[in-house]
Structure formats: structure tokens, C-alpha cells
Design a protein around this ligand. Sequence first.
Ligand SMILES: Cc1cc2nc3c(=O)[nH]c(=O)nc-3n(C[C@H](O)[C@H](O)[C@H](O)COP(=O)(O)OP(=O)(O)OC[C@H]3O[C@@H](n4cnc5c(N)ncnc54)[C@H](O)[C@@H]3O)c2cc1C
Length: 478
Amino acid sequence: MSGAEETQRYVESLARELGADMVLAGESVERYCRDWHGDVTTGAVAVLRPRTTEDVSAAVKACAALGLSIVPQGGNTGLVLGATPDQPTRQVVVSLERMTRIRRIDADDFSAVVEAGCILSEFKDAVAREGMFFPLALGAQGSCRIGGNVSTNAGGINVLRYGMTRELVLGLEVVLPDGSIFDGLSTLRKDNRGIDLKQLFIGAEGTLGIVTAVSVKLTPEPDQVATALLGLNSLDDAIALFRRARRDCCDLMSAFEFMPPLAFVLAREAIPDLAMPIAGDYRAYVLLEISGSGLVDIADLMERFLGAVMEEGLVADGVIASSQGQARNLWLFREGMNEGQAKRGPHLRTDLSVPLSRLADFVRDAEKAVADVLPDCVCVSYGHVGDGNVHLNVLPPGDLPRAEIDARIYKAKTAINEVLDTYQGSISAEHGIGRLKRADYITRLPAVRRELLTALKSAIDPTFVMNPGCQLNIERSS
Ligand SMILES: Cc1cc2nc3c(=O)[nH]c(=O)nc-3n(C[C@H](O)[C@H](O)[C@H](O)COP(=O)(O)OP(=O)(O)OC[C@H]3O[C@@H](n4cnc5c(N)ncnc54)[C@H](O)[C@@H]3O)c2cc1C
């Protein structure tokens, strides 16, 4: 039987078992098999689009019976190839895009229960209409889905105040690799009855089961937000400012983003009419946000804080947004710089973390290591530095042939990771491992940790149905 005939046979079996409405095949699967940047396009036997938890369970059983494995997919905004197949003739994508219901928002309990396919920004809007706030905030929030956020343990700009997704999750509903349903949708704040099983699925990138619904913590909507863009003389000053802000801003700081001067050039390459918010040229920029609700005066706090640090010379210049529109404009620089880098063509994107106290030294050492071996490349270091998290990206000259660009990307990654290892840092602060970082991850896995992970995977998914090739590459025979 040819590959095409075999795929057709699988598709017919799936449609018979699950109903034709659930199954996409042929050309319609393409958009589910391309990564967010459009750098990699693969294929799949089919895409299954369940509407209920029971549909997901039936889909998992049907795939297992046919010997097909499953790649769960949310918004497909992950940047590490976790949600796109790598064995097109053996894998089925299960997209959660039709499971978008918000089952409950409970303002008295400060909690909500939402299905995995709900788009993050739509969930945040619904919660805001009830006067509440769901703090997870990231550039992809108009496309990523709650189940994907949980499965990657997403971070974003508010981590320093509210924590990663793991800290926002109260409970989970998960379809396990044998099709059974783990019902853990509790909204209890405290529940110490033994091992907390939901933690296994948070950050598992779909390797242990399919998250179908999530119960989360909410907070009161911050009705006062002060946003400022600050010019500083160095990354060291930015770190010193962060330490100071943690103490002086009463734990009300909700974002602290670092950008180099090149951020403005890149952002304006993507959004040409973006007005420059600060007149002078500085070596480092920080986007600072303080927010709160109730009786605190956030605007006064921001003004007094900035007054003090500017008088001391820690901050050279700054602008405080006087309206929501102005605040939005300041954020456009941070968001536009990503698009600007993409416009310059293929480049190395990293997502690293080191202890905060060593971040400035790490960036200096790693940028020097890249400059030593790749003098024609440009480093762009920026990110959620308050969490010790930096994107140290490297842009090769755009006019080189693709093979030479790829060689430079590889060389830059190797140089940066060598420095990172001396700082005991992480190759993935936020984005997970997926398939893209698997080799770098496995090389750095201590034996005991690898054995534990293998034992866990084998116990929960003994037939290796769930997202094989993502994170670890454990074969059926091992
Ligand atoms: C412009 C941009 C900015 C970003 N900024 C940030 C940021 O600041 N912080 C950050 O952490 N990330 C960021 N990301 C990465 C990405 O948005 C997050 O990882 C997000 O959580 C992925 O959600 P998703 O729904 O798109 O998941 P997908 O990409 O669809 O899937 C990601 C992984 O989770 C698995 N998965 C998806 N849904 C489920 C499910 N229901 N059950 C089990 N497994 C599942 C997939 O198999 C895959 O392994 C950014 C991405 C972009 C494009």
C-alpha cells in the first residue's frame, strides 16, 4: 500500500469512528502543520477538532487503536516546534480550537473554569467584564489558547508580580493517553492531600495527556496602571533599578522590560510611523509598569519613585504615559521589535535565564563570545530581565545565502550556550523544549533526572501516543 493510500485508510477509519465533522484531511491540515514563524512546514495524517472532553477521549482512543500518535495543538504560537508534527505519516494533530467555552467565572471565589481552546485575550476580556483580572499577559495573547499556556507553563510580562502560569492554575481536566479522564478541576486554594498531580501536566508540552479544561485564580482588576519608558546608561544600572523598584514600589511593579537602543530601530522598521518617546540616546531602556487597585495612589507612587532615582542619576531620562493610548504606544516598541527582527530574515532566537545578580555579566560575556566568532552578526539582548530572563538574539547579515545564515545561527547558539553553562543558566526560561531545543536539552540532562522523566513518561503513556519527539525522544522499545 502506498503512503497516500495508507493515510486515506487512516482518515476513513477516523471519520467512521469519530464522525466526519471532527476530521480534517488533505490540504486543510496545512495551516496546522506550519510553525508560527513560517520557518518549518510539515504535514499530518489528519487534524481532529473535538468539541467536548468526551470527543477528546474518543479521539485519543481511536488514534491509539490505529497505532497513530497525537500532537496536541492550541493556538500554535509556541516557538519551539512542540505543536507541529515531525512524522507526517504517523501523527495526528488534535486541535482544541473548538473547545472555547468559559464554564464559570466566580467573582466571590476569585476563580474561573475555562476550556483549553479559549483564546487567552478572549478569556481575559470576559473576566474583565466581571471586574476581575487574569494576569497572564504575552505578545501572542490574541492567538494562544489557555491549554497551550498551561502546557508550556507560559510566562510573559507579569511574571514578576503574579508568577508563571503554574502559579495561576488551581486545577485541571486532562484526557490521559488511554482515553480516561483525570478530573481535577478543583477551585480550592489550599489542598494538600498528597502529591499534587496536576503539576505533572503543567509544562509537559502535551507529552503526558491533553488538557481539556483549567480552573484558575483571578485577582481584582487593577484600575490604576502607570507606565514609564526610561533611558539609562547601562544594563548594570537597569538591574540596580529593578532591585530598587522591588523595594520602593511596594510589590506593585507588574512589568520591567529591558531593551537596547536597537529596539527602537527594529520597532520602526516594523511600524514606521511610531513616534520616538524619548529625545536623547541611551545605552539601555526600561519599560516599567506599576499597577494596583483600591486606595493606593499609583500615579503618585510612580512620580515619587522616578523623581528619586533620576535625582540620584540611576535613570538619565524618562517619560510617563499620560493616557492609555500613550501607554499602548510605549508597549508598541517592545512588541514591534520582535516583528522588526523577523523582517531582517532568519536569525537566532534564544530564551535564556540566569540568576538575576549575574545577568549583566552574562549578557556582556555572551555578546563578546558571539562577536569573537561572528564579527558580521548583530546581537540584540532584551526581555523580562526582572525574572533573570533574556532573549539574546543574533541577526546574521540578511543578504547571505540561506546555508551560510544557518551556519551562523548554529555557531552563535553554540557560543552562547557555552557561556550559559558556565553561569548554570537555563536554555529555556519560558518557551519550553518542543522539538527545536530537544538536543540541547538532552545533552544537559543529568542521568538521574533523565531516568525519572523516562519512568514518568513510561508509566503515564506506556505506548508513547502523546507527542513523541517533543522534549525527550524516548522510543517505544526503550
Ligand atoms: C509574539 C509572541 C510572543 C510570545 N511571548 C511569550 C512570552 O512572553 N512568554 C511565554 O512564555 N511565551 C511566549 N510566547 C510563546 C507562546 O505564545 C506560548 O508558549 C504559549 O503559551 C503557547 O500557547 P499556544 O496555545 O499557542 O500553544 P501551542 O503552540 O499550540 O502548543 C505549545 C505546546 O503545548 C502543547 N499543547 C497545546 N495545547 C495543549 C493542550 N490542550 N493539552 C496538552 N498539550 C497542549 C503542544 O503540543 C505544544 O507542545 C510568545 C509567542 C509569540 C509568537
